[in-house]
Design a protein around this ligand. Structure first.
Ligand SMILES: [Zn+2]
Length: 199
């Protein structure tokens, strides 16, 4: 299975999550918002140093932008640049905000060598931050071999409390391990490169 985290970086939650993943020796995939990464490049760099994979999740995470091909193309291009500058490799994975796939999106992704990645939301109300045990129970129930599970360490690329998600992830990893699951990054799961090194 692949654990994925959207909308960050968002401190202190992204670093708290990185600590949990490091303690349990799990590598994950973070779909980051370009503007948020530009504000906290050290957090993104630490994730890469820990062996996690960084994907593109737009520049501003704005609903209206996702509906206009020229605007989203611009956001994707700028975010490839920002994440490439920070990590040294342009991402090969893109997760559309709200998983919105418009017909104009795919030629843009092709130009950047990006693969669109969706997945299964861990809990329908994660954004409201219900008790960690509830998030964890639903996330485990929704898990299956080869599944890509979606959590949020950020909130639309802005700040927001994500403490329950961090707590839940600890429980989810232990429960899934007990069920015999291993964890892979999304590129490993799909059998594609994690990113193209910058010249
Ligand atoms: Zn998002």
């Amino acid at each position: 299975m692949a654990l994925t985290f959207d909308d960050g970086p968002n401190e202190p939650f992204t670093s708290a999550l990185a600590d949990v993943l490091a303690e349990r020796d799990v590598r994950a995939t973070f779909f980051q918002v370009g503007m948020a990464a530009a504000r906290a490049p050290d957090v993104t760099r630490r994730l890469v140093a820990d062996g996690h994979v960084i994907g593109n999740h737009s520049l501003t995470h704005t609903f209206s932008t996702c509906l206009r091909t020229s605007a989203i193309a611009d956001e994707i291009t700028q975010t490839q640049q920002i994440l490439g500058d920070i990590t040294g490799a342009a991402p090969s994975l893109y997760r559309p905000p709200w998983l919105l796939r418009t017909p104009g999106l795919f030629p843009v992704l092709d130009r950047h060598g990006l693969r669109a990645v969706s997945g299964q939301f861990c809990h329908p109300l994660e954004v409201m931050q219900p008790a960690a045990a509830r998030i964890a129970r639903t996330a485990v129930a929704r898990s299956s071999p080869g599944q890509i599970l979606i959590f949020h360490d950020g909130f639309d690329g802005r700040g927001g409390f994500r403490g329950r998600t961090v707590e839940a992830v600890r429980v989810v990893i232990d429960a899934l391990r007990a069920d015999g699951y291993d964890f892979a990054t999304v590129d490993e799961l799909l059998g594609i490169p994690a990113g193209a090194p910058r010249a």
